[in-house]
Ligand binder design. Structure first.
Ligand code: URA
Length: 423
């Protein structure tokens, strides 16, 4: 087979065969198809799309490029959640131990933040001593003993996606529903979970800005999961406004701990409970314990403490705090009607909480505290945001990102927390 034939077939709007897809993904991973040829094929897919059969075959080829974990022998069903990424999205932190406390095992392979969105591993690494790297065997032992593990995906999982994603990132070919769906699902299927809940974010702070494209992505990923024998469903959830009241690594861990202590912001609690119920349903445990009860009675907190300790962390150690703080004051009195998630995500990144390039370090203490959420009253001259950073030279860039991020008494446009369920 020749790469040029596969490229031109897709360029001209044809449907690729399973054999063509298997060959091109494998040959590219081995270095036998050149970067420029794969870039051309990706661009043809961006323009021409892929059928369900092609998307499924593309996912399978990426899955076959590496190892597949297997947690089949555990005495409880496995289930996992994947979020397409948002601002203040610390839900994995309270959710994973909550679901474990309700009887499922959660093998959660997470990533680091890039651009304006945060990453679960960056957040957890602000807990003193906590380590993201677990071997598959250590993960199995932790799942058996604690019921949950959050860790980094090893280099052996879907290596084709690792190479392909780096290429897409620099060739303007990230924005394709079949390519995004295959990329996410190849990693999640490699992780070996028996069921999966997708949290597909919609809104200014999300990858998918409108509900129609988020729905298309959700439906595509649910179909891929189902085709591969994994019970998969999706919630479409709003991301016009940040989740919770803190955005940044240690700031979000502190908020997650509040939720695990039975308190915390109502949107974080509500989404944690909704997703936990969905995961328990997917795992066949819907008659089991109520996740809201596990948050109230301390059993979710117990699972959190055991999970942190099992990965070398000290759940009682004080979290790192940034060296400098600055308040931004509300310019007027009235009702806050808009608080833009994207702008808050950019501000948090500029303060040091996120990275612009993959190799950048992150600051554990940096981020943005929100003193009001849409629908709440604010008063002129009172703090609206508190900025946290280790480097005061970063304050001005963050303040500039926030200058147009909110409206007082203006028209409200806030998506509901959960827009729809698919699957
Ligand atoms: N996240 C992924 O893992 N892959 C994509 O293609 C986009 C987002």
């Amino acid at each position: 087979m020749e790469a040029i034939d596969v490229i031109t077939a897709k360029r001209d709007g044809g449907e690729l065969t399973g054999e063509q897809i298997r060959w091109v993904v494998d040959a590219y991973t081995r270095g036998a198809v050149a970067e420029e040829q794969m870039a051309a094929l990706n661009m043809a897919v961006v323009w021409r799309g892929m059928t369900r059969a092609e998307t499924s075959a593309w996912t399978q080829a990426m899955l076959d490029s590496g190892e597949r974990l297997d947690f089949g022998g555990l005495d409880r069903p496995t289930t996992d959640k994947h979020s397409t990424g948002g601002v203040g999205d610390k839900i994995t932190l309270p959710l994973t131990p909550t679901v474990a406390a309700c009887g499922a095992a959660v093998p959660q392979l997470s990533g680091r933040g890039l651009g304006h969105t945060g990453g679960t591993l960056d957040k957890l690494e602000s807990v003193p001593g906590w380590r993201a790297d677990l071997s598959p065997e250590a993960m199995r032992v932790q799942l058996a003993e604690v019921g949950c593990a959050v860790c980094a995906a090893g280099p052996g999982l879907a290596p084709a996606d690792r190479k392909l994603y780096a290429l897409r990132d620099v060739t303007g070919t990230v924005e394709s529903v079949p390519l995004i769906a295959a990329s996410i699902m190849s990693k999640k299927l490699a992780e070996g979970t028996a069921s999966l809940v997708l949290d597909v974010k919609v809104g200014s702070g999300a990858f998918m800005k409108d509900a129609a494209s988020a729905r298309e992505l959700a439906e595509t990923m649910v179909a891929i999961g189902t085709d591969h024998g994994v019970r998969t469903s999706a919630l479409l959830t709003g991301m016009d406004t940040p989740l919770g009241r803190r955005v940044g690594n240690a700031l979000e861990v502190a908020e997650a701990v509040e939720v695990l202590s039975g308190g915390g912001p109502s949107d974080v609690v509500e989404l944690t409970v909704e997703l936990a119920r969905e995961m328990l349903r997917a795992a066949g445990l819907d008659g089991a314990r109520d996740p809201a009860e596990a948050l109230r009675d301390g059993s979710a907190m117990d699972a959190w403490r055991r999970m942190i300790a099992a990965q070398g962390g000290d759940p009682d150690a004080p979290l790192p705090a940034a060296a400098e703080r600055r308040d931004i004051l509300a310019p007027a009195t009235g009702t806050l009607t808009r608080l833009d998630a994207y702008a808050v995500g950019v501000a948090a990144r500029r303060l040091g909480a996120g990275r612009a390039r993959k190799e950048d370090p992150v600051s554990a203490g940096a981020g943005v505290e929100l003193h009001a959420k849409p629908g709440e009253e604010i008063r002129a001259g009172r703090p609206l945001f508190t900025l946290h950073t280790d480097d005061p030279a970063r304050f001005d860039g963050a303040a500039e990102a926030l200058s147009d991020s909110f409206a007082v008494d203006g028209p409200a446009r806030n998506l509901p927390l959960v827009l729809d369920r698919i699957g």
